[in-house]
Design a binder for this molecule. Sequence first.
Ligand code: COD
Ligand code: ATP
Length: 197
Amino acid sequence: MLRIGLTGGIASGKSTALARFAELGARVVDHDQLSRRAVAPGSAALADIAREFGPRLIVKDELDRGALAQIVFADDHALARLNSIVHPYVMAMGQAADRQARAEGVRVIVHDIPLLVETGQDGEFDLVVTVAAELDTRVRRMIESRGMTEDDARARIRAQATDEQRAAAADVVLDGNATPEHLARQVDDFWHVHVPS
Ligand SMILES: CC(C)(COP(=O)(O)OP(=O)(O)OC[C@H]1O[C@@H](n2cnc3c(N)ncnc32)[C@H](O)[C@@H]1O)[C@@H](O)C(=O)NCCC(=O)NCCS
Ligand SMILES: Nc1ncnc2c1ncn2[C@@H]1O[C@H](COP(=O)(O)OP(=O)(O)OP(=O)(O)O)[C@@H](O)[C@H]1O
């Protein structure tokens, strides 16, 4: 099974690229979704978050994601504490997805991992692909599509590696600056070069 790690800064176009990989026939695993599952109501990680950051972050059994984001993206130590709670669960779920895919005879699996470089996972894939896009373009997308303020958008970008760091760890860099169709075509090209038919 060919294992591909897909990364990129927030709002670079990773989800757009991932959707194209799925259309081409890859099994896709979105680690943002895994991290939401890790903190589902009643989970051990949610209990750990309540203990670490206070019970007011849990509203009607659900994590108040906006409130937690305000805390952690303004404080590196708080972010590191959150990461140390959630990331082990996400990694275990990612490994479980690999095991299941292998058992099902899947040929190509793509893991979409926003923090692939930050968490030192670049050595763990057959190929690493990163999507790069200009900072100002990404900030604009976050304001338009996620309704974030410019300050919140820039704080989240500051909490991540740079495009240069991701490019240094990647085998291939895709350009996420133009249209989604342009990005999808680059995924097609990558697939034809790197995935044995
Ligand atoms: C802080 C939280 C509650 C904010 O939730 P929110 O719904 O606003 O964002 P969401 O989870 O959809 O993430 C959106 C994007 O934010 C960025 N981001 C998320 N977590 C982090 C982090 N720990 N460090 C840097 N960037 C991050 C990523 O680019 C991600 O794609 C949430 O992101 C979280 O629990 N983060 C810790 C888990 C994590 O690291 N997830 C990322 C991949 S495993
Ligand atoms: N190449 C592109 N051209 C124009 N807009 C794009 C492009 N790629 C993505 N977008 C838009 O930018 C926003 C963010 O894109 P997307 O969700 O694919 O990014 P992402 O890297 O997965 O972000 P996140 O880290 O938030 O999960 C979306 O609203 C999407 O429609």
